[in-house]
Design a protein around this ligand. Structure first.
Ligand code: IMP
Ligand code: MG
Length: 176
């Protein structure tokens, strides 16, 4: 466990609330009359997905995936596998992937390709954070909550070595 970790507040709980509200309004408008399937990407998106889901006025279903990306240190690589798949078919469904953070883009590029091959009716991506600095593959984030340039972020579902996920706000972590 690192002893020299410096946390700096980046986004407070109230600002997250406000942005998730706005995002839910867009989703409600865009999916009016349909029943989207929210696919929460574990573990990081659990809090964001729960907060988004409870604000939806459209009826929605929820399922979960978990992706393992292979990489060195805190950077993922092109290799990814689904270690937990959705339990329902997605052919013809209006699928909305709900992810915590898009960094290099490898994980979401992989999941979008994987899901597209199953012929959903529509396929979109919501991300709590669209982090551009280290992007390696182009990924279109249809619904970004926040866009940040850089930094390693923790809190509100995001972790560093499984720590900080339960924090209601988002912090940047500097490892000394
Ligand atoms: P990718 O690099 O876009 O494939 O992102 C892979 C995963 O790395 C994300 O889904 C997050 O779980 C994790 N990740 C990337 N950047 C951060 C960060 O700043 N804090 C916490 N987790 C991160
Ligand atoms: Mg993730």
């Amino acid at each position: 466990m690192n002893v020299n970790c410096e946390l700096r507040s980046v986004i407070g709980a109230r600002e997250i609330d406000r942005k998730v509200d706005l995002l839910a309004k867009r989703v409600n408008a865009d999916y009016a009359g349909r029943v989207p399937l929210l696919v929460c990407v574990l573990k990081g998106a659990f809090m964001f997905c729960a907060d988004l889901a409870r604000r939806l006025s459209v009826e929605a279903e929820i399922d979960f995936v978990r992706i393992r990306s292979y990489g060195a240190g805190d950077v993922s690589s092109g290799r990814a596998v689904l270690v937990k798949d959705v339990e329902c078919g997605i052919a013809g469904r209006d699928v909305l992937i709900v992810e915590d953070i898009v960094d290099t883009g490898f994980s979401m590029n992989f999941l979008l390709d994987e899901f597209a091959a199953r012929k959903p009716g529509s396929l979109r991506l919501a991300a709590l954070i669209d982090k551009r600095e280290r992007r390696q593959v182009e990924v279109n984030v249809d619904y970004p909550c926040f866009t940040v340039d850089q930094g390693f972020l923790v809190g509100y579902g995001l972790d560093y070595a499984e720590r900080y996920r339960t924090s209601p706000g988002i912090f940047s972590l500097k490892i000394g």
